[in-house]
Design a binder for this molecule. Structure first.
Ligand code: PGA
Length: 248
């Protein structure tokens, strides 16, 4: 059985004061949840997360990682640095990074590989634009995004992946894929994982992201191949984030 993962992606939001308040509210608001909970904070605030979340049921992670282990890469953050701050997860290939930082499928795959070889679980984001969906290219696009990652990894590493299906047209727009639309893509991705072995396909969690909120979380999370959520806007409001956790 895959354990549901509810992951917040704070993106470039927050401050020491705002984070402290948000984390305290989430921490005190959790009670008997049956899912894993994660917040992916801006890298500068990960040591604050480590301080404020130590001993809690909430994990913290990064939003990006370098494909390189260390060295002359000004401004970059390595997987071992994230581990040093207690991270267990890191998002890679978010559509905002693919779009604004021109990250290719191959670069995203290298980042996932670097994370895994350092002991971090990468949350690999895949998803189509509205134009690609309208052209009927959804499966083709997400398959190419996932395949680039699979091609670089051995089976043990593939088992350590988390995948997030995030249709680009649903991110931050208030438009959500219907549960069935999301389920269809999740099932398609799981079939692709199945080429590497049925145990791998059964183990890897596939999260949905794109305007997940308290009002739609239950229906989305009820789908058989949706194993959690990657949540942007609603992760910045403790009552919304807690409501999604409670829906899981
Ligand atoms: P959203 O963002 O929930 O605000 O749509 C999700 C994401 O980009 O990970």
């Amino acid at each position: 059985m895959r354990r549901t993962l509810i992951a917040g992606n704070w993106k470039m939001n927050g401050s020491l004061a705002a984070n402290a308040a948000l984390l305290a509210e989430i921490r005190t608001g959790l009670s008997g949840q049956s899912c894993d909970v994660l917040v992916c904070a801006p890298a500068l605030y990960l040591s604050q997360c480590a301080d404020l979340l130590a001993g809690s049921d909430i994990a913290w992670g990064g939003q990006d990682v370098s494909m390189h282990a260390s060295g002359a890469y000004t401004g970059e953050i390595s997987a071992t640095m994230l581990l040093d701050l207690g991270c267990r997860f890191v998002i890679v290939g978010h559509s905002e990074r693919r779009a604004y930082h021109h990250e290719s499928n191959e670069l995203v795959a290298q980042k996932a590989k670097q994370a895994l070889s350092s002991g971090l679980a990468p949350i690999v984001c895949v998803g189509e634009t509205l134009e690609q969906r309208e052209l009927g290219q959804t499966n083709q696009v997400v398959a190419a995004q996932l395949q680039a990652v699979l091609d670089l990894l051995d089976d043990v590493a593939v088992s350590g992946l988390v995948i997030a299906y995030e249709p680009v047209w649903a991110i931050g727009t208030g438009k959500t894929a219907t549960p069935q639309m999301a389920q269809d893509v999740h099932a398609f991705l799981r079939k692709q994982l199945d080429n590497r072995g049925v145990e791998i396909a059964e183990k890897v969690r596939i999260l949905y992201g794109g305007s997940m909120k308290p009002e739609n979380a239950k229906e989305l999370l009820a789908m058989v191949d949706i194993d959690g959520g990657l949540i942007g806007g609603a992760a910045l409001k403790s009552s919304d984030f807690l409501a999604i956790i409670n829906a899981a």
